[in-house]
Design a protein around this ligand. Structure first.
Ligand code: HEM
Length: 140
């Protein structure tokens, strides 16, 4: 499916907001590309019907979001993907996100990781990597 055009920006793995895990243990715990694709698709679908946060996603390009979110997770989990998306600060600016929105998204991610059968310790290692991004996502 086609993506909507966006303003140009500098692409870099540094935009992904954290350094990747170095071994392939996490990538395997998430069942590789197929597992990550299922988790990201499920996360987006779950968030689109979640009354707490669904409005936030309206009018945004979900084709692009799915693609770059899959890249970001693959990159961070040590799957060897390059991340081609924007920084976490640029991606979420002017969206007015609050701590509760971050909590809702994390709950949806946990539900998808559970459904995929990702071991609990591996779930928590990913969540610990994402947690510091809160300062770039949520508005002070
Ligand atoms: C650690 C937490 C989060 C991560 C890692 C994350 C990751 C991302 C990524 C990779 C993108 C796409 C960047 C691009 O288009 O170049 C994005 C965009 C977006 N995120 Fe997040 N996100 C997080 C939190 C949230 C929360 C809490 C919400 C709302 C409840 C949210 C809603 C959105 C929306 C609506 C977009 C589309 C923005 C646009 O169209 O320009 N995100 N996010």
């Amino acid at each position: 499916a086609a993506e909507e055009p966006i303003a140009p920006y500098a692409q870099s793995n540094a935009n992904a907001g954290a350094k990747p895990f170095e071994s392939d243990g996490m990538w395997r715990a998430f069942h590789g590309r197929e597992g990550v694709d299922r988790i990201v698709d499920g996360l987006v679908e779950r968030s689109l019907v979640d009354p707490r946060i669904s409005d936030t996603f309206k009018g945004h390009d979900m084709v692009r979001l799915r693609r770059v979110l899959k890249e970001q997770f693959c990159h961070l989990l040590g799957g060897g993907c390059a991340y081609s998306g924007r920084t976490m600060k640029d991606s979420h600016k002017d969206m007015g996100l609050q701590t509760a929105d971050m909590g809702a998204l994390v709950e949806n991610l946990q539900a998808e990781m559970n459904e995929e059968g990702v071991p609990f310790f591996a779930q928590n290692r990913l969540l610990a990597k994402l947690a510091p991004m809160k300062r770039d996502v949520v508005e002070r």
